[in-house]
Design a binder for this molecule. Sequence first.
Ligand SMILES: [Zn+2]
Length: 246
Amino acid sequence: MLDGAVKIPKLSPMEARIHREIIGKVKSITLSRTSTGKYFASILCEDAKGAPEKPDVIDADKITGCDLGLTHFLIRSDGRKQANPRYLIRASQNLRRKQKALSRKVKSSKNRTKARLIVARCHEKVGNSRADFQHKLSRALIDENQAVIVETLKTSNMLKNQRLARHINDAGWQGFVTKLEYKAIDAGKHLVKLDQWYASSKKCHRCGHKEIAMPLGKRFWQCPACQMEHDRDINAALNIKQQGCI
Ligand SMILES: [Zn+2]
């Protein structure tokens, strides 16, 4: 490893922007190239420290249940909601126009290569914005809590609905859970993934009453058993928190 450059065996040193300090012994370097022609070197290092221990006793106010949604990307059990940025959906009109321009270009022409690069850059921007949003949010959740609980089965169930699939792919729940997962390991925090079917939206978090049906459009409901008024998503996040603590 050189200052401001990466040296790969059998190749001459390459100028590089190093994003963070390299600590420990370099185990491997993976080179990759994006469709817009950017090169990346991912450097895997091993330090002797290992991951910190997770706490055995957790403060009740340091546990957060998270409901992942589409209207809001994330609803915390304390009631805080994070808007869903919908990066791809927002860029879709622009993308469609660029895609159309690309399809009109003559095959294997210079103009086609140029148009393809324009489309690729647009996709790359969407992906980068989404990754940035998810990194910041997962960082905040892991920093603020000792345990974070998320529901993971919902994604595969909801993906069966064609109309929702596009929105779910744009939200990128899976990528978000992956980011939470490794940040939790690095910080010695608990991440509980509920992967069993569990009716978090239909159950009253206060008395346990279960509604038979809960249409997606119903944002508020009143529990017929204990009369409590529920915000659908906050109630779900509270159930997820309770379930994760069992
Ligand atoms: Zn109730």
